[in-house]
Ligand binder design. Structure first.
Ligand code: FEO
Ligand code: CA
Ligand code: CA
Ligand code: CA
Length: 738
């Protein structure tokens, strides 16, 4: 399989204000200053800087982007605006203790050594400020714990000559141990140093969490039959976390890591369905744990040193035993993944807890609404596969600020009991959160698809419950972010190659289908993605009603005028993007907490990469309903109809179109990477982003010849390394502003 399995799965089910006046946010000076600039800073590795930049802090409410747009580029370089410094802070293989040697970056380190080295494919990330005494302090900026995911691996670069496989069998067990250790989470202590940040190699907080780390299963599904395995006959624990994509955080100072494309890691024999019940098969199929799948990287084929060790064989979800409850094999093991996992970074020996109350799906992340004392906590969650849904979790317990620094015990209080909801988008800009509870919205034991007998069934088979409730199939929900000024909820819908198919017809919330030539291929569907936003009724995040519009449509700036793309008509670049801000496949999102109103947008793209590598943009969005209705005359033939030309016009609500003053490209990454993970210090003067899988399209043959897609960040002939990058301003000001 390819290294980056972001785009898997599909939903084959069949389903059907807080208005505020747009503030005059832009000073006349901003309107006069917004030209695309040419000056920029390029780093091939380490830190370089350039002169220029702005004039310090901007604390007034008239936000103004203060940098020159970075041009689109396919160069193998990371580029930020003049006046900024970008430093590779924490790279694949970097040691997290003094006993571990520096990384050779030639594939020769042992698998075990990665229990004390940075993993691969850096992804979601959060900065937890800390006091001198080592407690969480949401206002501390000079020192903190940076906690990040390692979603996946670029297998070819981890071993001296790529993976060793003989007739499909992984004959070198240490390589598999290395790959398993390169997944998971890192906790590293960082502090300001010389105008930027560095991580400590000797901090007692430093920690790697991997696919080997024991985890507790907590919440209502813990101990249920669906979670029982040979490793945990009582269904209360499992080993490890995998495919940790994006993330979340809690107001008490813990980290949430989210298990996205876990399904692909599991093997199932080609005849397993014969031995399973109909509901089991329905659950396995709906979650993409496919009969006949070999499992990612063939981990199950490795032979352990100790024959009793099930570290490799536990990735086989085939029913092999004779028990009725699954306690003699790993038939249920995939049910112990697909969760939101809480980690206490301030307690390096704590056992992470999988929070089953938040449901099981291809969890992209879990993003909080602002915590309000005396009110429930609310988390927004995307399920990133084609045609999947947007969810929210509302805690039963009301927030008590006295629980700050309460660790996992606070998590037990807020994240083990609550209600799950899934979003349905109407055609008129109105929407509803549908409750996923027994006896509500058709979810009950009489369901023909899956008999929901107890609350745990809904949590383990969340997708099936959401199908029955009638959720809206979305164009791959990725990150969410809540605007701290007004509570508007933004969700990236990255792209969807199946939009326009019979199973996923166009609708108001997913309104685009078009053909997009790339080289000799023609991409179809919603190729460039969009960003939807919602305003909860009355500004109350627990409300079940909301209004919505489409904030931005991704597109290439010249999509609608390219001579060879007549299908487009005027229906692709609907947001009027220009060369300084056009983008494709939005993924990461972060509303600055230091600068309310400033939104960072990251891309994970494969559609526009013939023109530009992935990027980071800064945006100053308005509010839901600041634009106007638009009717989109989709021209190309939907998929699944034999290619017959069908024109489908869809009317939707679109936000006010951006300008170069309200959406501008800040950074372009090196070749083959995605931009993901975004965190800031509370003072807004350091921004951390992840460069995930530079050079991921390099083959084993190219490894041998030295013709890598990327050599970033070290440059020269070096192998590329996924890395955390910290961005600071040379004059010490807030990132992104004048
Ligand atoms: Fe791992 Fe949905 O990106
Ligand atoms: Ca990726
Ligand atoms: Ca993502
Ligand atoms: Ca993605």
């Amino acid at each position: 399989m390819t290294a980056d399995a972001d785009d898997i799965g599909s939903n084959n089910s069949f389903n059907p204000t807080f208005d505020s006046i747009l503030a005059a946010r832009f000073s006349r000076r901003a309107l006069l200053k917004g030209a695309v600039g040419v000056a920029s800073t390029v780093i091939m590795g380490g830190a370089l800087s350039a002169c220029g930049g702005g004039d310090g802090d901007n604390n007034d409410d008239k936000l103004e982007l203060g940098f020159s747009a970075i041009a689109k580029s396919v160069a193998d370089a990371l580029t930020v605006p003049a006046g900024y410094t970008a430093t590779a802070l924490y790279r694949l293989g970097d040691p997290i203790n003094a006993a571990t040697l520096d990384y050779s970056n030639n594939g020769t380190e042992s698998g075990a050594s990665f229990a004390a080295r940075a993993g691969d494919h850096h992804d979601g990330m959060h900065f937890f400020g800390m006091t001198a005494a080592g407690a969480y302090d949401r206002n501390a900026s000079d020192r903190g714990l940076l906690v990040m995911n390692h979603e996946n691996i670029t297998q070819v670069f981890l071993h001296a000559n790529g993976p060793t496989t003989v007739n499909g069998v992984r004959t070198v067990a240490d390589e598999v141990i290395k790959e398993m250790n390169c997944h998971g989470v890192s906790v590293i202590e960082v502090a300001r140093a010389g105008g930027t940040f560095a991580y400590s190699k000797t901090s007692a907080y430093n920690r790697r969490i991997t696919t080997f780390t024991e985890m507790a299963l907590s919440g209502p599904a813990a101990g249920s039959n669906a979670l029982k395995t040979k490793f945990s006959p009582d269904g209360t624990k499992t080993r490890g976390t995998v495919n940790n994509c994006a993330n979340g955080y809690t107001p008490w100072g813990t980290y949430l890591t989210c298990e996205e494309n876990y399904a692909g890691y599991f093997k199932r024999s080609s005849t397993d369905n014969l031995n399973r019940t109909a509901p089991e098969v329905a659950g396995l199929n709906r979650n993409g744990i496919t009969q006949g799948a070999a499992g990612s990287y063939n981990w199950t084929t490795a032979t352990p040193a100790d024959a009793a060790d099930t570290s490799f064989s536990r990735w086989d979800a085939t029913k092999l035993g004779t028990s009725t409850d699954g306690t003699d094999d790993f038939r249920n093991v995939a049910n112990t993944f697909g969760w939101v996992v809480e980690i206490d970074p301030f307690n390096a020996t704590s056992t992470p807890r999988k929070r089953t109350a938040m449901g099981r799906m291809g969890h992209e992340g879990a993003w909080p609404a602002p915590a309000v004392a005396g009110r429930p906590l609310v988390y927004y969650m995307g399920d990133d596969s084609r045609g999947e849904y947007i969810y929210k979790f509302v805690s039963t317990a009301n927030w008590d600020p006295a629980d700050v620094n309460g660790g996992l015990a606070a998590g037990d209080k807020y994240l083990n009991a609550g209600k799950l909801f899934v979003a349905r988008f109407g055609t008129d800009g109105a929407g509803t959160w549908l409750e996923l509870s027994l006896g509500v919205n058709g979810i009950n034991a009489q369901s023909a698809v899956y008999p929901f007998a107890e609350a745990a069934d809904i949590l383990v088979q969340t997708r099936l419950a959401a199908d029955i409730a009638g959720a809206t199939k979305m164009d791959r929900p990725e990150w969410a972010a809540v605007d701290p000024r007004n509570g508007n909820i933004y969700v990236t819908l990255t792209n969807n190659s199946q939009r326009g198919s019979v199973a996923q017809p166009l609708d108001a919330a997913n309104p685009r289908y078009y053909a997009d030539p790339k080289g000799s291929a023609t991409q179809r569907g919603n190729n460039n993605g969009h960003i939807i936003r919602m305003a909860p009724a009355g500004g109350d995040h627990t409300a079940t009603a909301f209004t919505w519009d489409v904030y931005l449509f991704g597109a290439q700036a010249h999509a609608d005028v390219a001579a060879n793309e007549a299908d487009h008509q005027a229906n692709v670049n609907l947001s009027g993007l220009v060369d300084s801000n056009d983008f494709s496949s939005p993924d990461g999102l972060w509303f600055s907490q230091a600068t309310p109103g400033l939104l960072w947008i990251e891309t994970d793209d494969g559609a526009y990469t013939d023109v530009t590598n992935c990027m980071l943009l800064a945006a100053l969005p308005g509010t839901v309903n600041d634009g106007a209705p638009v009717t989109i005359a989709n021209k190309a033939a939907p998929q699944g109809t034999g290619g017959a030309a069908v024109d489908v016009s869809v009317t939707t609500k679109m936000g006010l179109k951006p300008t170069n003053n309200t959406l501008r490209r800040f950074l372009v990454g090196p070749a083959g990477c995605e931009l993901t993970g975004v965190a800031e210090t509370p003072d807004g003067k350091a921004l951390f982003v992840q460069i995930q899988h530079p050079g991921e399209n390099t083959t084993v043959a190219q490894l041998a010849s030295g013709a890598f897609e990327s050599h970033w960040p070290q440059g020269g002939a070096a192998r590329p390394r996924s890395s955390t990058v910290v961005i600071t301003r040379n004059d010490g000001g807030k990132i992104g502003l004048v």
